[in-house]
Design a protein around this ligand. Structure first.
Ligand SMILES: Cc1cc2nc3c(=O)[nH]c(=O)nc-3n(C[C@H](O)[C@H](O)[C@H](O)COP(=O)(O)OP(=O)(O)OC[C@H]3O[C@@H](n4cnc5c(N)ncnc54)[C@H](O)[C@@H]3O)c2cc1C
Length: 373
């Protein structure tokens, strides 16, 4: 559906009345904070490139364009979208923006919020709003582009997106090595001496901690960054492979492996001050001994993935309660559970403004991002 067809579908849903669900490729309808209402009628924005000006490093696409299609188009001009989120290359750009999807080892640690320049959305009244533009500094007043980024389609159905691109670096490698000492030693080393490169530490049960770092640039820069990785005490550091996720023929790239998440897994994201990372890791280890953890030293965030989903709510509550009181932190459920508490009054009033008939995606009433401060 193009923008006008989406608008017509919303107006007829208001008249029916019925609820609607924005759907991209439909790979993550079970995830995030949104009610997955089987009775909702599906609104599927179309895909395709609207305008691509390589010289401006900007592309405008319909929201149903998959990341794979986007990458193939940009790769022909030596350019790329800087992030490749968890999930698959079949994800649509509209959904990635709507969910503000997280991405492992994103180039320069970008998030999709950093890259969306503008978008078109259809609100719950059927009105079409065109937000932002095609240049980096294009917002005066309240930033509705970022309000819709991560709103999970609760405020509008995104139909078109303008994103900023980057030139593909000549070298783009993932370096990996084993961190042999305890987290309280290497967390401080990584946080205090952080090199300008995206890093993640993977902690799988019964295995030593493994550091992944994305080294990009020309030959000289990439090899200097590799040296820095070794200086962090990463034993046996070696180049694992390319991190070019835009190349669909390279599904075994390290980033592609990190992006893979089983649909049945419980996935949480916890965040604290980077320097408190070791305490957060310890608390997660106690609550989820069987989980694989991914620690992001620059953000102080910890991704917790476990296939043991029994008593998920109780285990999450135990995790929250076990953290030291002096450590501020927040927990978000990405998929597989639905902890407590309602949206704030501000959330509800913004929702009423953009979706007065309540026909767009709704947050699960019991869902909340738990902030412990
Ligand atoms: C197994 C798995 C694990 C994942 N884990 C994470 C994770 O931990 N963290 C994370 O951030 N992302 C995660 N993702 C999400 C992923 O990065 C993409 O955002 C998602 O897959 C989008 O692809 P899609 O087109 O299939 O979206 P869909 O499944 O079609 O939609 C995803 C959500 O976005 C809404 N939506 C879709 N299109 C629009 C639109 N045009 N306008 C408004 N709302 C829209 C849908 O209603 C739905 O709530 C995961 C995906 C998978 C498959």
């Amino acid at each position: 559906m193009d923008t006008s067809e989406v608008s017509a579908a919303i107006r007829s849903a208001i008249a029916s009345p019925t609820v609607v669900r924005a759907v991209g490729s439909g790979t993550w309808l079970h995830g995030g904070p949104v009610v997955n209402d089987a009775a909702a009628s599906v609104v599927r924005p179309r895909g395709g490139v609207i305008e691509y000006t390589p010289g401006d490093l900007v592309i405008s696409v319909h929201a149903g364009t998959t990341l794979e299609e986007l990458s193939a188009t940009c790769a022909a001009s030596g350019q790329m979208l800087a992030i490749a989120p968890y999930g698959s290359p079949q994800s649509t750009i509209g959904a990635v923006v709507a969910t503000a999807s997280a991405a492992p080892l994103a180039y320069e640690d970008f998030t999709i919020r950093d890259l969306v320049l503008g978008l078109t959305a259809v609100t719950g009244t059927g009105d079409v709003v065109r937000l932002g533009g095609k240049v980096v500094k294009n917002v005066a007043g309240f930033d509705l582009v970022r309000l819709n980024t991560g709103a999970f389609g609760t405020l509008g159905i995104i139909t078109e997106v303008n994103v900023r691109l980057h030139a593909k670096p000549i070298m783009d490698h993932v370096v990996t090595g084993t961190l042999v000492d305890a987290p309280n030693a290497w967390v401080l080393r990584l946080v205090e001496n952080r090199a300008p490169l995206p890093m993640l530490v993977r902690l799988a049960p019964g295995e030593p901690a493994q550091l992944f770092a994305r080294c990009t640039g020309n030959d000289a820069r990439a090899s200097a960054l590799r040296g820095i990785v070794q200086s962090y005490g990463a034993r046996n550091a070696f180049t694992l492979g390319s991190s070019d996720t835009s190349n669909a023929s390279e599904p075994e790239s390290p980033v592609a492996m990190l992006r893979h998440v089983p649909e049945q897994a419980l996935v949480l994201r916890a965040r604290t001050r980077p320097s408190d990372g070791a305490s957060l890791i310890d608390a997660a280890r106690v609550a989820f001994p069987d989980a694989t953890l991914l620690f992001h030293p620059a953000r102080g965030s910890l991704r917790i993935t476990t296939m043991h989903t029994d008593h998920a709510d109780a285990r999450i509550a135990g995790f929250v309660a076990s953290a030291p009181p002096s450590m501020p932190f927040s927990v978000v459920v990405e998929q597989g559970a639905s902890p407590i508490a309602p949206s704030s009054a501000l959330d509800l009033s913004v929702k009423r403004t953009f979706d007065p008939h309540g026909i767009l995606n709704r947050r699960r009433p019991e869902y909340r991002d738990m902030a412990v401060v």
